[in-house]
Design a protein around this ligand. Structure first.
Ligand code: BG6
Length: 473
């Protein structure tokens, strides 16, 4: 395989350059890209913020999470600061003389500014690609807060720029192990051969976090676990698990297959939304700074969904995510159907646990297959063992933020790992029935202990189907 090329000369303009995202993730990712030779000395960075300050103030602010490396020193010297209010036209006028040639505009701002900034960029002629240089805009999450607002934001953005210029970020797609889902499925024919409703009983997708809401009270209390994690991160995982093999590895072919999975999610009726959704809130959440002391916002959510496609008809997808749980654990668990008949004397079918494939996305990235073998001894006894692959045993994967790939792909013009408008809207459409039910004050938010597995309602949701959640560990 040829090694990846260095990205072309460009300017990266970061709106909200003094914020956490730029400091903690974008800057370390850029330094890593430089260390790998994937960006060169011809990448300029302009940071835009509302505070008074100099170039040196911005650089010093960005030092904290940057590696102490030559690469960072080089990049640092190419960062300049533009102070301005991005709700006013002046800052866009000022950008005209500063941002020439290829430009990526990165919107690391609060979500309410996404639409207006894109409109102002277009109005100032900054998104014009007529001169042959590329002009792209990266939009962070949250992309809307429900179906109607996501549609409105797509309309606003797409009336100003072309879909091919828009890079809607879901940082889960930058994670190595998330990208590996496609390779695991499509480069291993034995796996793909059983990847359907004939052999698969159910799929569980979990993003459990041990951390609580921390200092993000204001954002979180207006958002909740469902909006924060499900239509974006968990649905991206579900789409990768559920998609058909694309005809080619182009961005559009892949994104079309993923969108098809999301549009095939069965529309949940209001009665089903009560049955198939469970919510919880960790004890003490209401005492968090900037959180309503009577807040009914969920910090945990579990859903059961169906994908109405030929491949997945009849296979339930159980999704859950929550904060302040007993461990950090992002995983996909695929449970296979039991054997049709136990061929071993004195063994009941029910005594043979099903095969299970666990894609461990974080931490301790790896793939595990629960597999049956004969227990040594005169008796014919089958027991499960694990075929266990750990990424760290084989590859060096530490020290990456996940934003390296995303930033590199934006500079290279590869939209594969970014969400297209139709994917976003299909995602919101699938969760809207739950949001509608809960906005009417229906659907209890059960309190759960910090450091636990989450609310009992989630165990009941899956328990009604005679199944259990895989342990969070
Ligand atoms: C973010 C959410 O998008 O993803 C956070 O807003 C969450 O609430 C985070 O903690 C999880 O990402 P990761 O990469 O830590 O699994």
């Amino acid at each position: 395989m040829p090694s990846p090329k260095t990205a072309p000369a460009a300017t990266l303009v970061i709106f909200g350059a003094t914020g956490d995202l730029a400091r903690r993730l974008l800057v370390p990712a850029l330094a890593n890209l430089c260390a790998d030779g994937l960006i060169g000395d011809d990448l300029q960075i302009i940071g835009i913020g509302s505070r008074e300050g100099t170039d040196e103030d911005l650089r010093a602010g960005l030092d904290e999470f940057a590696p102490k490396s030559e690469c960072w020193q080089g990049l640092r010297g190419r960062i300049s600061y533009l102070q301005g209010d991005f709700t006013k036209p002046e800052v866009f006028e000022a950008l005209k003389s500063k941002a020439n040639g290829n430009v990526v505009f990165y919107l690391a701002t609060p979500a309410q500014y996404f639409g207006p900034i894109v409109e102002s960029l277009a109005k100032a002629g900054l998104m014009d690609e007529a001169k042959g240089a590329f002009r792209r805009v990266a939009v962070e999450k949250p992309f809307g807060h429900d179906l109607a607002s996501a549609r409105a934001l797509n309309r606003q953005i797409l009336s100003a720029v072309d879909e091919a210029q828009v890079y809607r970020i879901d940082h889960f797609l930058g994670k190595e192990t998330v990208q590996n889902i496609m390779v695991a499925r499509f480069a291993n024919p034995w796996l793909e051969a059983v990847w359907n409703n004939r052999y698969i009983d159910s799929v569980q997708i979990t993003a459990a976090e041990a951390i609580d809401v921390g200092t993000r009270g204001a954002f979180y209390d207006a958002t909740g676990a469902l909006r924060d994690m499900v239509p974006n991160h968990l649905f991206q995982l579900m789409a990768l698990v559920g998609m058909e093999p694309p005809n080619e590895l182009s961005a559009d072919a892949i994104r079309t297959e993923k969108a098809k999975v999301l549009t095939a999610v069965r529309k949940t009726t209001p009665a089903e939304a009560r049955e198939n959704g469970a919510r919880g809130q960790y004890q003490g959440y209401r005492k968090t700074a900037d959180v309503d002391p009577k807040s009914e916002v969920e910090t945990y959510v579990a859903l059961k969904l169906w994908i109405d496609s030929w491949r997945w008809a009849g296979v339930p997808f159980y999704l859950r995510t929550g904060k302040a749980l007993k461990a950090r654990d992002t995983e996909i668990v695929v449970t296979f159907k039991p054997v049709p008949l136990a061929l071993f004397r004195d063994t009941q079918v029910a005594d043979l646990p099903p095969n299970r494939l666990i894609l461990q996305l974080q931490p301790n990235e790896g793939i595990k297959l629960d597999f049956m073998v004969k227990k040594p001894g005169p008796k014919m006894q089958a027991v499960p063992v694990a075929l266990d692959f750990n990424y760290a045993d084989q590859f060096k994967i530490g020290g990456r933020t996940g934003y390296e790939t995303l930033l590199y792909d934006m500079l290279m013009g590869d939209q594969t790992l970014f969400q297209r408008a139709d994917q976003i809207e299909a995602g919101w459409a699938a969760v809207q029935p739950f949001l509608d039910l809960w906005s009417k004050g229906k659907g209890k938010v059960e309190s759960y202990k910090r450091g636990s597995d989450g609310p009992k309602a989630a165990a009941e949701l899956i328990g009604r189907d005679g199944r259990e959640w895989h342990d969070i560990a």
